[in-house]
Design a protein around this ligand. Structure first.
Ligand SMILES: [Zn+2]
Length: 339
């Protein structure tokens, strides 16, 4: 009785309730720990699922859909944010490119960390490419740093030398333990992404100088590359104040049919929308833009400094540059993705 009384006493009830609450709390906390654990596992799985879409899958998906993935070069953090925000606003994948010169400036490992940090924080299909790389050693350096793809540029070499260097790079990429895509160049299209007064020396736009579809097929078979950048009337840089000459769409189509792999259009700055549209419909699945965003960034920063000559905070006078890049990139991405 006493015991019962005690047990039924308000104090005892309160005690039991407290015990119950504590036990429940512990159970809840265990269950919340467990569910947190599960969430983490699930997030990890989800994350891996999203990230399971590799660059290769993204590019082949673009080929199926007859759209192109935008490739934009950076040499600073502002451009990276501008490009990422443009892609994010449209929910489309995007490739960040860094040439050898851009890599020297930003840092090979540092740019890999920057892109990786955005990919992980936003769980976003943003990829990193080592644009025009002229030696095996530089290709190896980019692959070792964690790049998703590399471009082996042997366009100035003989066909045999180009095959040899590209093959060596493909072998290294295949054995690096990750999926790394290799793109190669066949046909010379100039080297500098700048505003030009004339078509670059060595670039020939007549039909016989463009990439030959049969040679392209042979090259792809000999090297095993994942993607090919042909010369189809395109060149790096853009002509001052005008629209670049038209692309040879028939040649794009013939090379695409002969090789069967995704083609990459370099020197996209300055080409007309109609050119892009037709090129993408006929086998181009990545388009490179550099000069136009460099120009947009430079002009916006110049204007900001002219308007506020006393401004010394880089995050203030560089912001218009970032926004200008974002605008140019968003316009291109809309177009490349048929949005
Ligand atoms: Zn290029």
């Amino acid at each position: 009785m006493l015991g019962n009384q005690e047990n039924n006493s308000p104090h005892s009830r309160a005690f039991s309730q407290t015990r119950f609450a504590q036990t429940t709390l512990q159970a809840n906390s265990r269950s919340s720990l467990f569910s947190n654990f599960l969430c983490n596992v699930q997030n990890k799985l989800c994350y891996n699922r999203t990230m399971a879409k590799t660059l290769k899958q993204t590019v082949w998906e673009a080929k199926e859909k007859k759209v192109a993935v935008g490739h934009f070069n950076i040499s600073n953090l502002e451009a990276l944010w501008g490009i990422f925000r443009a892609a994010q606003s449209l929910n489309v994948p995007v490739i960040i490119g860094v040439s050898e010169g851009e890599r020297d400036f930003v840092g090979v490992k540092q740019v890999a960390s920057l892109v990786k940090s955005i990919r992980e924080e936003f769980d976003y299909p943003i990829y990193l490419n080592a644009d025009h790389t002229y030696s095996f050693d530089k290709v190896k350096e980019a692959i070792d740093a964690g790049f998703d793809s590399v471009i082996v540029d042997g366009a100035k070499l003989s066909f045999e030398e180009n095959v040899k260097m590209t093959k060596q790079c493909v072998e290294y990429a295949r054995n690096c333990g990750r999926e790394v895509l290799v793109e190669a160049e066949l046909g010379y299209i100039g080297q500098s992404s700048k505003v030009l007064d004339e078509i670059p020396e060595g670039v020939m736009l007549d039909e016989s100088s463009l990439t030959d579809p049969a040679k392209a097929k042979e090259f792809v078979e000999l090297t095993g590359v994942d993607m090919l950048a042909p010369a189809v009337g395109n060149f790096h840089g853009m002509l001052r104040g005008g629209v670049d000459p038209k692309l040879n769409i028939e040649r794009v189509k013939a090379i695409s049919e002969a090789t069967g792999i995704p083609l990459v259009l370099h020197g996209g700055s300055g080409n007309s929308e109609d050119d892009f549209k037709q090129a993408i419909a006929n086998g181009i699945n990545i388009v490179h833009i550099n000069t136009e965003i460099r120009l947009a960034f430079r002009d916006a920063v110049k204007k900001a400094l002219q308007e506020n000559p006393d401004e010394v905070a880089p995050y203030k006078f560089l912001k218009p540059g970032m926004l200008a890049v974002q605008e140019v990139v968003a316009n291109k991405l809309r177009f490349f993705n048929n949005l």
